[in-house]
Design a protein around this ligand. Structure first.
Ligand SMILES: C[S@@+](CC[C@H](N)C(=O)[O-])C[C@H]1O[C@@H](n2cnc3c(N)ncnc32)[C@H](O)[C@@H]1O
Length: 207
């Protein structure tokens, strides 16, 4: 595997030296997308938020700013992502508003009906079976809770499809595929938003 391919494969589960380099770039590299995605949040003052596939932890920090009375649980299955998210949000962790948990979205280590809001930025491409993982998200959301998914690829753009070919296990989904999987997983009120100029998509749904 060439170096470029090895490097971009770190987006799936950052590990080792290349993973550290990838994580350092993720927070800045995804901020405009994540900020656009968050403009579609219609929920007011959720008490408990789960930020899934948290990467470098920047979006965890933004959610803590947008919702100053909320607690955020960030989750990722990569050691490096957990470490970086803890470092990025250390003040909020000390203040008791943030915790960072290592785990897989396919088997969320949370009780049923625990969260008012779950978010997933640039991560569902790598989830092992989106219908099953979405049903896990549905399980841990409270009735009426919101799930927000935000992707840089709309499943048809050239860049997304190029990365899909070189990143192991990556799948770029269309809005329709995400909507269908959400409905199958038990969600309702599914809404999709497409950026007017880019291939960015946000999909929201309610339990
Ligand atoms: C491309 S990064 C995006 C990170 C961050 N959300 C962002 O927007 O910058 C994808 C992250 O999802 C995590 N991830 C992928 N599949 C996962 C799974 N099944 N369970 C938990 N985390 C997962 C990876 O470890 C990685 O940190």
């Amino acid at each position: 595997m060439g170096l470029f391919r090895k490097y971009v494969n770190q987006t799936r589960k950052p590990e080792g030296f290349l993973g550290k380099m990838m994580i350092s770039g993720m927070n800045g590299g995804h901020s405009a997308l994540a900020d656009w995605g968050m403009t579609h949040l219609e929920i007011n003052a959720p008490s408990d938020i789960a930020e899934l596939g948290c990467g470098g932890g920047r979006n965890t920090g933004e959610l803590l700013k947008i919702y100053p009375s909320s607690k955020v649980t960030a989750l990722d299955y990569s050691d490096l992502s957990v470490e970086k998210t803890r470092e990025y949000n250390k003040e909020m962790i000390s203040a008791g508003r943030c915790r960072v948990v290592q785990g897989n979205v396919a088997e969320l280590p949370f009780e049923d009906n625990s969260f008012d809001l779950s978010t997933a930025f640039e991560t569902v491409y790598f989830w092992p079976g989106i219908e099953h993982c979405f049903s896990e998200v549905c399980r841990v959301l409270k009735p009426g809770g919101t799930f927000l998914i935000c992707n840089e690829s709309d499943g048809t753009d050239e860049t997304g499809l190029k990365f899909e070919k070189i990143i192991d296990g990556m799948k770029c989904y269309t809005e329709e595929q995400i909507e269908k999987a959400l409905l199958t997983a038990g969600f309702a009120e599914v809404r999709s938003y497409h950026h007017p100029k880019k291939a960015w998509i946000t999909v929201t749904a309610k339990k």
